[in-house]
Design a protein. Structure first.
Length: 198
C-alpha cells in the first residue's frame, strides 16, 4: 500500500509514520493471555493516573500539543473512571494494548477495503485524517468502512511516532508489535518507517 502524506504544517515538529502490512492472517477472539494482559494493564493504568491530570503526563502532552484528536486519550479518560475496555477481537485488543502501553496513536484497517494510495494529512484545525483513492475516509482514530472483521485476511496498520522518539526506538517498537501480532494471528508481515513528516 502506498502512503502519501500532505504536509501543511512545516513549522511543526515532525510526526513520523510506521506502516505495517499483514497478510494471510486469522482474526478471532483474543487468547486468554491477551485478554488478561489487557485487563490487568488497564487496572494498573487506573491506579497510576487515578488522581492525575492526563495532559500533564509528558508523553501525552507532547501529543496534545501536536494533534487535536489524540486517539488513545478518550480510552485513558475512561480508564480513569474505571470504565475499562472490553475485549473486541484479537486485532483490536492487541492494537489497544500496544497503543496504551506506549502512548502511540494506531490505526488498523482492512487492507482489502482500501484502494491505494492512502492519503494522510493534518488539517488546519489540528486533526489527523486519512482517505483512500476510492473516497473512504475518517479521522485517524476511525476505521470507518475499512474496519476489522472476522473475515479480514490482510491488514494495513499505521503507527504515529512523536518527535521525541528516535528512529531506532521507532523501528524497535514496530518490530515488537509485528512480532506479537504474527504470534497471535499467523500470516506474514513487513514494515517500514516513513521519515516524511505529517
Amino acid at each position: 500500500m502506498k502512503i502519501q502524506m500532505e504536509i501543511s504544517h512545516r513549522q511543526h515538529p515532525s510526526i513520523h509514520i510506521g506502516q505495517i502490512e499483514y497478510s494471510h492472517i486469522e482474526v478471532g477472539e483474543s487468547p486468554q493471555m491477551l485478554k488478561g494482559r489487557l485487563r490487568l494493564f488497564q487496572e494498573s493504568l487506573f491506579f497510576d493516573y487515578e488522581d492525575q491530570a492526563l495532559e500533564k503526563e509528558p508523553a501525552i502532552k507532547e501529543w496534545t500539543d501536536l494533534l487535536e484528536n489524540v486517539p488513545f486519550l478518550p480510552l485513558l479518560t475512561g480508564i480513569q473512571k474505571e470504565q475499562f475496555i472490553d475485549s473486541t477481537n484479537s486485532v483490536q485488543d492487541l492494537s489497544t494494548f500496544f497503543s496504551l502501553k506506549y502512548f502511540l496513536p494506531i490505526l488498523t484497517l482492512d487492507a482489502d477495503c482500501l484502494k491505494s494510495p492512502l492519503f494522510l494529512k493534518r488539517t488546519d484545525s489540528g486533526h489527523a485524517e486519512w482517505r483512500d483513492e476510492s473516497g473512504l475516509n475518517g479521522l485517524f482514530s476511525q476505521a470507518g468502512k475499512a474496519h476489522i472483521s472476522q473475515d479480514t485476511k490482510n491488514i494495513l496498520q499505521l503507527v504515529l511516532f512523536p518527535p521525541s522518539i528516535s528512529r531506532e526506538k521507532s523501528e524497535a517498537l514496530l518490530q515488537s508489535l509485528t512480532k506479537m501480532f504474527v504470534q497471535i494471528h499467523g500470516g506474514e508481515s513487513k514494515f517500514e518507517l516513513i521519515e516524511k513528516a505529517l
